[in-house]
Ligand binder design. Sequence first.
Ligand SMILES: Nc1ncnc2c1ncn2[C@@H]1O[C@H](COP(=O)(O)OP(=O)(O)O)[C@@H](O)[C@H]1O
Ligand SMILES: [Mg+2]
Length: 265
Amino acid sequence: MYDLAKTESAVEQKDTKISARNVQVYYGDSHAIKDVDVDIEDKTVTAFIGPSGCGKSTFLRCLNRMNDTIDICRVKGDILLDGEDIYDPKVDPVQLRAKVGMVFQKPNPFPKSIYDNIAYGPRIHGLAKNKADLDEIVEKSLRRGAIWEEVKDRLDAPGTGLSGGQQQRLCIARAVATEPEVLLMDEPCSALDPIATAQVEELIDELRQNYSVVIVTHSMQQAARVSQKTAFFHLGNLVEYGETGQIFTNPVDPRTESYITGRIG
Ligand SMILES: Nc1ncnc2c1ncn2[C@@H]1O[C@H](COP(=O)(O)OP(=O)(O)O)[C@@H](O)[C@H]1O
Ligand SMILES: [Mg+2]
């Protein structure tokens, strides 16, 4: 029923990149994430699945402190990146988000040229010494985003003029330009057609050579195709977390089984 081709390599044990313990998230009085513990592995694609409103995006946003930007949102518990508390007052959220990059549901290129979309982050983080350096970062990032060949002759054209699938790959290239260690993706293919989706999925599979990738998806087929680990959320709880192959073929919790088999959604 599910294509689990990319899950075999998961048998190998990877290092923990992000460790979350007793995480609670509140929007005002509403308790949106309840006591979540999870270890996200390095060089692995981890899928967050579960019914709409179960807290996937909320939990994802905890991992690079994007919830800080929502006034009524409070996050409690511990989230460590390589053993360091990302909520420590000494941590600059802007620096953190360069390390833990994010790609959103709707491609959101800046109203700038293709070149400047990529160069923006490296410029503000001082990653390039000169123009030649910056050119190199731009090319490398666009190559990693699997879009270089399509845009190399029009780097001065606006990013917003690209097709939806190209815009999303541009946004992925922009996210990798600051040399992140973790890439968070919140339903990155939901605005894309099947061809662009396949291109982005292929890219996600390549990215896991270098990064820890966490992808929220409402498509179980997509989770099965691209991830090695899967976390199933339900009503703010992390119900089950494990090897993608196991979650999809032999779930332990009856709530996971109901969701996988389409009885709850
Ligand atoms: N900015 C917000 N303000 C108030 N409540 C929110 C906000 N964002 C999400 N929520 C609530 O938190 C819960 C989880 O939402 P969300 O994380 O978006 O779920 P999912 O991504 O799984 O669909 C839902 O009940 C939702 O209504
Ligand atoms: Mg969501």
